[in-house]
Design a protein around this ligand. Structure first.
Ligand code: GLP
Length: 244
């Protein structure tokens, strides 16, 4: 049964502010909560707000644990395009979270299968995810669960679709540099989160947002599975929500 709260924000800044408010409320209500975090351009403004509020004393990350959705295979932690690097740059290095409480798959391991298994065990060990932040890929992927991924998958290795490689090449020098595969939490892992916070900005997300939340639930549009979750909040700006 879909149970979704929908907040329409004016623009990107307003979306970031509203979503950051929701995340910070989670941290204030449960100071030792587990936040599931996401990368991509959409959450950057949210992380900026959280850093600002940490700096002015409004929010404390000392008890918080974070666990990220995904990581490219083959990029080392210091590669500027790795999601590990992204998270340090955009959040972790600027707040009082303990490095040992920040988690992201290791994309350089020789044993990817083992890494996936231990990531699932880790999610269980830290008590599950209280609030998972999610962006949407242009093809409706969540994490790196590309269209066609079974809903019952947990953390696994995935090949990136051509659409995703095309969309993500903007961060790399050359298209050939974009990794072709990644480790991602599965749809099952994501759906086990107690609360889900989806953020979307810009007209290029409007069609996929409309289909994901108001169209049929189908693995060909991974984000549509969120209609089956009982606690989803969608914060979109006017452009992203323009078709609903
Ligand atoms: C990547 C990430 C996703 C993210 C998506 C959208 O592919 N794996 O987690 O949601 O990009 O990114 P953006 O926010 O830049 O549109």
């Amino acid at each position: 049964m879909m149970s979704m709260r929908l907040y329409q924000a004016k623009d990107y800044d307003d979306m970031s502010l509203k979503a950051a408010n929701i995340l910070s409320a989670q941290v204030i209500l449960k100071p030792d909560c587990v936040l599931g975090l996401a990368t991509g351009s959409t959450p950057v403004g949210i992380y900026k707000k959280l850093i600002e509020w940490y700096k002015n004393g409004a929010i404390d990350f000392s008890g918080v644990t974070t666990i990220n959705l995904d990581e490219y295979i083959g990029l080392s932690r210091d590669n500027i395009n790795s999601y590990q690097y992204f998270m340090r740059q955009n959040l972790w290095d600027h707040v009082n979270i303990s490095p040992e409480n920040t988690h992201i798959p290791d994309g350089t391991t020789g044993d990817v299968k083992g890494e996936c298994l231990s990531y699932e065990r880790l999610i269980a060990r830290i008590g599950g995810i209280d609030m998972q932040l999610l962006g949407l890929g242009q093809n409706g992927h969540i994490g790196f669960n590309e269209p066609g991924t079974a809903f019952d998958k947990d953390t696994h290795v995935t090949k990136l679709s051509d659409v995703t490689i095309e969309a993500n090449k903007r961060f790399f020098e050359r298209e050939e540099d974009v990794p072709r595969s990644a480790i991602t939490m599965g749809i099952k892992s994501i759906m086990q989160s107690r609360r889900i916070l989806v953020v979307a900005s810009g007209v290029q997300k409007s069609e996929i947002i409309n289909k994901a939340f108001f169209g049929p639930v189908t693995p060909s549009l991974p984000a549509s599975v969120l209609q089956l979750h009982n606690d989803v909040t969608l914060v979109g700006d006017a452009e992203a929500l323009s078709l609903i």
